[in-house]
Every structure is written in structure tokens, then in C-alpha cells.
Design a protein around this ligand. Structure first.
Ligand code: HEM
Length: 126
């Protein structure tokens, strides 16, 4: 991709050094345990089946404003700007285009800030 305004969108204010993405398979059960409540586990959020380690941001921790996303594939909620627990589900493929665009923007936002630590087992992500 050429260097344009688009590629600079959603850049973190403070540069983040990211590790190479991993493609380990993570079960939904394991993902659910990584919801910020267990200090021995990382805090994880998945988007379109791709799992991000958000541990360094207290907003996803057990007292954080975005804790509802932790331990889940929250694609649908992110796409629709919802904080409802019932929207924190992976199903995004039936959404309207504008919501799919919002979701892709969140994917870009997360991928510029958080390490990719794996993929949700069985996720539909195309
Ligand atoms: C009253 C409404 C809201 C306010 C005042 C608010 C405020 C904020 C602020 C100040 C940030 C930090 C921005 C930054 O780091 O540059 C943020 C980030 C964020 N907001 Fe909201 N927000 C609101 C509603 C929502 C809703 C409805 C969603 C649901 C999708 C949402 C999802 C997020 C997410 C995922 C982040 C990124 C956190 C991160 O990883 O850095 N917000 N919000």
C-alpha cells in the first residue's frame, strides 16, 4: 500500500512496538477465561476471529469501561457501536456495509496497538 492519509489512520499517539502475529488456535472456552478476571491469564479481545492481547489497557480489565468485550469475539458489538453483552458475539457477516466498514476500522485500530496472539478455533473470518 502506498503511504497516504489512509495508512496513517488510527495510528496510536505513542508508537507501539508489536510482535510478529501468531496464528495459534484459541478455543472459545480459553478465550472466555481471558476476560481480565484471572491475573495469571492475559486479557484478550477477538475481532473477526483474530485474537488481540489487550492486557496493557485497563479499559478491558475487570473494572474497565470496555470490560464487556474481554474474553470474547466482540465483532458485532464493535461494528454496531454497542456495549451490550448480547451484542458481543462474532456474527458480523450479515451486517450492513457501513457496520462492516466500522468493524474493519476497529480491526485496524486494534492491529496498530495490540499483539495478535492467535485465532479463534472454528471462526468464520472471510
Ligand atoms: C458516551 C460514549 C462514549 C465515550 C465518551 C467514549 C470515549 C472513549 C475514549 C475517550 C476513548 C479513548 C480514545 C483513544 O484512545 O484515542 C475510547 C476508546 C474506545 N471506545 Fe469509546 N466511548 C464511548 C462509547 C463507546 C461505544 C458505544 C463503544 C462500542 C463499540 C466504544 C468502544 C471503544 C473502544 C473499543 C475503544 C478503544 C479502546 C482502546 O483499545 O484503546 N466506545 N472511547
Amino acid at each position: 500500500m502506498t503511504e497516504g492519509t489512509q495508512s496513517k489512520r488510527f495510528e496510536p499517539k505513542v508508537p507501539v512496538q508489536l510482535d510478529p502475529p501468531k496464528d495459534d488456535l484459541i478455543s472459545t472456552e480459553e478465550l472466555a477465561k481471558c476476560d481480565g478476571s484471572d491475573p495469571s491469564r492475559p486479557t484478550l479481545v477477538a475481532i473477526k476471529g483474530v485474537v488481540f492481547d489487550v492486557s496493557r489497557n485497563a479499559a478491558y480489565g475487570s473494572a474497565g469501561q470496555y470490560k464487556v468485550f474481554a474474553g470474547k469475539d466482540a465483532s458485532r458489538a464493535l461494528a454496531r457501536s454497542s456495549l451490550k453483552p448480547e451484542d458481543c458475539v462474532p456474527e458480523w457477516y450479515d451486517l450492513e456495509d457501513k457496520d462492516k466498514t466500522t468493524l474493519d476500522e476497529w480491526f485496524t485500530f486494534f492491529s496498530k496497538r495490540y499483539n495478535i496472539v492467535g485465532k479463534v478455533e472454528g471462526a468464520k473470518n472471510t
